[in-house]
Design a protein around this ligand. Structure first.
Ligand SMILES: [Zn+2]
Length: 302
């Protein structure tokens, strides 16, 4: 069922302008120096200032074969210490339903990785991906040499073979994709489906000219709460509507749930996961979706 899920071509990323690069780097500089509470308030204020009226549009790609069984790639980006601490609770909820997910870690973030725990998760079908060395929101807008060095340090520090990447604050660029490819990554999942026409695809695709598969992010939980300011009833409705639209064109729904945010919304996510189980959804890590496109040898080391 999951063969040939990767489209051969996809949109290019827009090139970041000088102002965008400087803005991102300045923001990253500030965020590194603020205490966690201050950093959360600053990013929240910036997001609120750009909050769109109404809802973002999802326009899944046309032409895909319609399926009735939803395919959901569940991912968790571990941004903060609270994300690491709450992760086991989410894993427990998912395991109880027979679901597995991708866990994107910071190799040298504000929590200490437990390689034994992560290896255990990988052995039970979960995927460990990389979310960066630290949460550098300007990663994609730095020099290729610096990106290369950061990725190499992160790969070494994480101590596990990782093939997937999501850029902190989705700061992706062609320079970053090029370095990911060079570092041996198979896929990136940093293009937001709600940001502009280049991200509107409802499934993985290959970048023109770079040997990396993009797995566009359909929905992130901070979009629901912080960016759109939805209450739980509206967020629930929004979630199922979006899932239906993506499923109707045979697409893949890539969901990111930050454990630190889920901690305060446990009932909400329990309801969503139970609803997915009821619909017979496949809830899998990104690696499972892409397996048919992987070199089987990679699976051994995952
Ligand atoms: Zn993050």
């Amino acid at each position: 069922m999951l063969t040939s899920v990767v489209a051969e071509t996809g949109p290019r990323l827009p090139r970041p302008g000088a102002w965008q690069k400087t803005g991102r780097r300045t923001l990253a500089w500030l965020l590194e120096r603020l205490p966690e509470r201050g950093a959360i308030m600053l990013t929240g204020a910036l997001k609120a200032s750009r909050r769109r009226r109404g809802r973002p549009l999802f326009e899944p790609a046309e032409g895909a074969e319609a399926v009735t069984r939803p395919v959901v790639c569940l991912t968790h980006d571990l941004d903060r210490a609270a994300c690491w601490e709450f992760l086991p609770r989410l894993i427990e909820m998912e395991t109880a339903l027979g679901f597995t997910s991708t866990i994107n870690v910071l190799a040298a973030g504000p929590y200490r990785l437990d390689p034994g725990y992560l290896r255990g998760l990988a052995e039970t079908g979960f995927e460990i991906g990389l979310h960066g060395l630290t949460h550098d929101v300007a990663l994609g807008f730095r020099s290729p040499a610096r990106i290369r060095e950061t990725l190499a340090r992160a790969q070494e520090a994480v101590g596990l073979v990782v093939k997937g990447f999501r850029a902190p604050a989705l700061a992706v660029s062609e320079a970053l994709l090029t370095e990911l490819c060079r570092a041996g990554f198979i896929y990136d999942s940093s293009v937001a489906a709600w940001r502009g026409p280049w991200g509107a695809a409802a499934g993985p695709y290959r970048y023109p000219g770079i040997d990396i598969i993009e797995v566009p992010l359909t929905l992130a939980d901070d979009l629901l709460w912080r960016d759109l300011g939805l209450d739980e009833a509206s967020a629930r409705e929004f979630f199922w509507q979006t899932l239906d639209r993506v499923t109707a064109v045979g697409g893949t729904f890539v969901l990111n749930v930050h454990p630190c945010l889920a901690a305060g919304r446990l009932g909400f996510w329990e309801g969503i996961l139970a609803g997915l189980a009821e619909r017979g959804a496949m809830v899998v890590p990104v690696k499972t979706l892409l397996r048919s496109n992987h070199d089987p040898a990679d699976e051994e080391t995952r």
